[in-house]
Design a protein around this ligand. Structure first.
Ligand code: S3P
Length: 430
């Protein structure tokens, strides 16, 4: 799929399941590798990013049995069971793979190099390397970016105060903390997703959370897990926004993760007037899940900043699409982190939606959208950014004429089967 064409679509209807959560799938592989024995993971996300983590753990000597597409057994070899890799580890385009693995590899008794696609090698890595060095890690970036060269050694615990609310940075430090003498503390400026903490606790780690502060006392072992990964709310968000905007729609997404560190979009859309209902809320392992139903809704503009932005950082391109149809002004601030995602998502979202006729302006740390504006089909660029490609594909469902999204194959980085699933609810894509 090089190019994806979207057409104005009729009502979207159905009851569907989205693929497994990307963040949790990465962590299941990484933490499962360090457990004492086999962990079973069902609902694993077989996306390009998670497959990069899979091949890295295999290159570190961990056998992984793949049962069908979405089930794995990870044969954990214990905290000290990884083997030196034969060559540099390829993280493809996955920031989570590179940053979390760096934390683990910093504490090994061998050296390693983490590399990846040129898109990944443009992303900032001092944000993990700097704090890891405070723990005595020997890690070199390449001008602040990857490739990373790591000479593993025994680490020491450290009390970190993070400058950005980043789950990847927090997780890298906690994973390094597994190999540290003394406690490792991470103080966060905002509520970044907490899947690492939840999984480490489920595996028996001595971890304490108090508000935005997390402390870990390096354990001697981690217990294997039996995990069913919830559906990814970040993937679900594209279906939610599509159903909200296409007239006459009603879509239910079952078994979606609704961890409160991830549900900022649901809260903000509700505030904008969206008809969203959660049913059958329950715990699946250590993570909350629910069935989420959304119906076409009249939206009004909203101002978003602060912690809501942290809780919906990956959903802001989808919010921008919704805002084009909301009455009045939507202002997003405190989202400068978007500038260092797979692309500069402030610049690329603004350019893509403007090409479709939206009134959207960039701010240094966000954007302003004036709505409602009718959208018209055009040829638009994904810039190799999966979330931008899907946001534009959703906009294409309400735009007049055809919307052609270039380089749409990147959608597989997080949401393999996006087009097929959207077809089942009535989206016109080819
Ligand atoms: C992720 C954390 C977030 C998010 C990314 C996945 C994770 O990045 O944007 O898609 O799995 O920890 P940051 O930690 O850079 O905020």
């Amino acid at each position: 799929m090089g190019e994806l064409t979207a057409r104005q679509s009729g009502p979207l209807r159905g009851r569907v399941r989205v693929p497994g959560d990307k963040s949790i799938s990465h962590r299941a592989l990484l933490l499962g590798s360090l457990a004492d024995g086999p962990s079973r993971v069902d609902g694993f996300l077989p996306s390009q990013d998670c497959l990069a983590t899979l091949s890295c753990v295999q290159a570190l000597g961990i056998p992984v049995d793949v049962h069908g597409e979405a089930s794995l057994t990870v044969h954990g070899a214990g905290l000290h069971g990884l083997k030196p890799p034969q060559r540099s580890l390829d993280c493809a385009r996955s920031g989570t793979t590179m940053r979390l693995l760096a934390g683990i590899l910093a504490g090994q008794a061998f050296g390693s190099v983490l590399s990846g696609d040129e898109q990944l090698l443009r992303r900032p890595m001092e944000r993990i390397a700097g704090p890891l060095r405070q723990m005595r890690a020997n890690i070199e970036t390449t001008g602040g970016h990857g490739p990373l060269t790591i000479r593993g050694r025994r680490l020491r615990g450290y009390d970190h105060s993070l400058l950005v609310a980043s789950a990847q940075v927090k997780s890298a430090l906690l994973l390094a903390g597994l190999y540290a003498d003394g406690p490792t503390t991470v103080r966060q400026p905002g509520p970044a997703r907490d899947h690492t903490e939840r999984m480490l606790s489920a595996m028996g780690a001595d971890l304490h959370v108090s508000g935005l502060t997390v402390s870990l006392y390096g354990p001697s072992s981690l217990a294997p897990i039996l995990l069913t990964v919830p559906g990814d709310i970040s993937s679900a968000s594209f279906l939610l926004v599509a159903a909200m905007l296409v007239p006459g729609s009603a879509v239910t997404i079952v078994d979606v993760g609704v961890n409160p560190t991830r549900t900022g979009l649901l809260d903000v859309l509700r505030y904008m007037g969206a008809d969203i209902a959660l049913a059958d809320e329950r715990k699946q392992g250590n993570e909350p899940v629910a069935n989420v139903t959304v119906r076409t809704s009249e939206l009004r503009g909203v101002e978003v900043g602060g912690e809501a932005v942290v809780r919906m950082i990956d959903e802001l391109p989808a919010l921008a699409v919704a805002a084009t149809q909301a009455s009045g002004k939507t202002v997003v601030r405190d989202a400068a982190e978007l500038r260092v995602k797979e692309t500069d998502r402030i610049a690329t979202t603004v350019a893509g939606l403007r090409a479709l006729g939206a009134q959207i302006e960039a701010l240094p740390d966000g954007f302003v959208v004036e709505g409602p504006t009718p959208l018209r089909g055009a040829r638009v660029e994904s810039h190799g950014d999966h979330r931008l490609a899907m946001a534009l594909a959703v906009a294409g469902l309400i735009a007049d004429g055809e919307t052609e999204i270039q380089d749409a194959q990147c959608i597989g980085d997080s949401f393999p089967g996006f087009v097929a699933l959207m077809h089942t609810i009535g989206a016109l894509y080819d």
